[in-house]
Design a protein around this ligand. Sequence first.
Ligand code: 5AD
Ligand code: SF4
Length: 449
Amino acid sequence: MAESKADLKKLFIKTYGCQMNVYDSERMAEALGGSGYTEVSSPEEADMILLNTCHIREKAAEKVYSELGRYKDLKVANPDLKIGVAGCVAQAEGEEIIRRQPMVDLVVGPQSYHRLPELEAKAGGGEKALDTDFPEEDKFEHLKARPKAKRAPAAFLTVQEGCDKFCAFCVVPYTRGAEVSRPVSRIMSEARDLVERGVREITLLGQNVNAYHGDGPDAQGGGTWGLAQLIEELATVDGLERIRFTTSHPNDMDEALIDAHGTCSKLMPYLHLPVQSGSDRILKAMNRKHTAEEYIRLIERIRAARPDIALSGDFITGFPGETDQDFEDTMALVREVKYASAFSFKYSPRPGTPAAEKGDKMVDADVATERLHRLQALITEQQRAFQDAMVGREVSVLFERKGRMEGQMVGKSEYLHAVHVTAPVAVGEIKRVRIVESGPNSLAGEVID
Ligand code: 5AD
Ligand code: SF4
């Protein structure tokens, strides 16, 4: 007899950080589906709470400990409640988490999610379950297949994990490990499966996605495929209408990938290409291995291939040793590039990273904050200008959900703007839309027949 929904144990996952964690959380929920769990949306009703954590910025571990503290009452009320910590904080802290917060039953690093069913069984038996290995096997190939349920029209698909770049400020190479690319055939079958389930847009994910170098299918001659070749292959899938990828390193934007932006109509005109700083001195100290000028030239080549492309980036202010002039160089680069959007952060030393260990002179915290605010003001201005320039233009919108107003539908344009219309369109439809108004966070449009 099939299990009824009431028999299922309830799983609450709280996801922090990047899109790769969002994808991992989905896959963890599927893996635990095999152990009799169904996902719920509040911790109060859960039999298991899983925090999928992020370690990239300041006080990540402290935030996790304080979140765990909030679950104390739930654990007292229900001693059978299992609490797990996954993601990069689990990787970085390991056993320390159980030492500091003994009510945690399970700690699992990002490379071991396929072992979750065993870990859950162990925790269920009253033992502490810990796995922060970097196993030989590929977790994705061992994770339970995705169930065949219908899905939202836009999905993530992780194609690459880890990073070999070792930017001086970044923990990713330590928490996520070395770069590993999934084989093309596996990605293709996962993509086809997603499309069968209603997906029309796939965002390919990787910590350093444009360094993708996966095994090509034997039937197509094997070899190593780059990201551009993978995108071209994905573009042959009927029903898959839009492809995106994130996040990229400038030094891995090869000719083929730049060309793909001009030739592959399914590849959306949006590119997140972090540069972090506009000062050559700071770029060198960050171990970015390119200059500001090289980045600008690269942007010119990308814009030559796809003139309307929306560009996005990441910036850090207050990296150790950053002078006023270095920061002005960053502002100048931003003015030159003209971003459609960008993310900026104040430098925070991450334990174990070269920048934190070198003990270089930290920039005064108030100075770093002031620079961050100035940079953010400039970026907001550019974002506004890019969005406002959409008024009067035609865009294509993939509709994802109902809007707040009666009869309203909301979707994303090719440039990743949220667009709403009042028209009888269905979730999953792609329509040409004329933009009529630019609001604070979204665009208003009219469907063109
Ligand atoms: N301090 C501040 N920002 C950081 N990032 C990564 N590590 C740090 C750090 N130690 C930012 C970078 C990266 C983004 C994902 O997070 O800009 O591109
Ligand atoms: Fe971190 Fe990105 Fe640099 Fe890799 S390329 S070390 S993920 S900032």
